[in-house]
Ligand binder design. Structure first.
Ligand code: SF4
Length: 295
């Protein structure tokens, strides 16, 4: 079922998500549609390297990286500064945030995201623990700690420790699943990692806590996802549920910012809704839809 809130007007700040904020290298606030408020992003991949090469990726890899390495102390200081800016209201004096309406002036989450796959960062367990400690010290228990991920590394012990820290700190895992078949997975996500690896990781993670699944559907060379692909995608989700896994909700969305490949273009809102309704019917988990930039 599509979410009526998704039809809310898309504000300019919703579609402008630069990873750079003031002089920061790693931490950036955004107005997030999916968070329905402010999300403080943490970029663990400033080198812009990713183990997927999604055709819809919004990371601008034509421009050089500002920095290649994560500087832990600086990153944590930036987290403190941005959280202070949000809680003091100073953020809304920044020209990119002055137009944010009152109801959206709320800090929803701190999200590990950025210009690549955050779980490939080798110090992921300790950085998640450090950020969780800052969140706890500032009394932000209601603020979520989110990992936005392609689920390709969940089998690594260090990543599992990081996800356990998330679980203990009002965490949510927003895990990507864009396909139902290996063939379409390779068309869309372009990686050497087998689809089966991702599916096993999703299942095993969902056995431990409810996952949020985020799925981008689009046109490729003018054609939307085939109906049988949406059916296969729903089957993969049902396999997770049938194995005892839990899914909190599914986010069906489309392209909102310039993609890596011009062959990838957004679906119309009614097409996003049609997929969301089909997935809801087949899987029986709450489905939210998010439209492209012009809707
Ligand atoms: S996984 Fe994310 S960062 Fe990596 S290529 Fe895909 S969309 Fe881009």
């Amino acid at each position: 079922m599509s979410d009526p809130n998704a039809a809310l007007k898309v504000l300019p700040a919703h579609t402008e998500h630069p990873r750079l904020f003031q002089a920061n290298k790693f931490v950036y606030p955004v107005l997030s549609r999916r968070s329905r408020g402010i999300s403080v992003g943490i970029n663990l991949n400033p080198d812009k390297v990713c183990n997927f090469d999604c055709i819809y990726c919004q990371v601008d890899r034509r421009s050089a990286a500002v920095t290649r390495f994560v500087e832990t102390e600086r990153l944590l200081a930036e987290v403190e500064e941005v959280l202070e800016l949000v809680s003091s209201g100073g953020l809304y004096r920044d020209e990119r945030f002055t137009g944010v309406p009152g109801p959206l002036r709320r800090l929803n989450d701190i999200a590990f995201s950025g210009d690549g796959e955050p779980t490939t960062f080798r110090n992921i367990p300790s950085i998640v623990a450090d950020v969780a400690a800052i969140k706890a010290r500032r009394g932000l228990d209601a603020v979520k700690l989110v990992m936005i991920t392609n689920a390709s590394m969940f089998h690594r012990p260090g990543v599992q420790r990081a996800l356990a820290t998330l679980d203990a700190n009002n965490g949510e895992i927003w895990a990507k699943l864009d396909a139902g078949t290996e063939r379409y997975f390779q068309v869309v996500d372009r990686t050497t990692i087998p689809f089966e690896r991702v599916l096993l990781n999703l299942r095993d993670a969902a056995l431990l806590r409810p996952l949020v699944i985020q799925s981008l559907f689009m046109r490729v060379d003018g054609a939307g996802p085939p109906l049988d692909e949406v059916a296969a995608y729903s089957d993969r989700l049902n396999e997770i549920l049938n194995a005892g896994g839990r899914l909190a909700r599914i986010q069906v969305y489309t392209i909102a910012r310039p993609p890596a490949e011009s062959a990838a273009t957004p679906l119309a809102p009614r097409e996003v809704d049609a997929i969301a309704e089909e997935v809801s019917r087949r899987v029986g988990v709450p489905v939210e839809s998010y439209y492209g930039a012009s809707s």
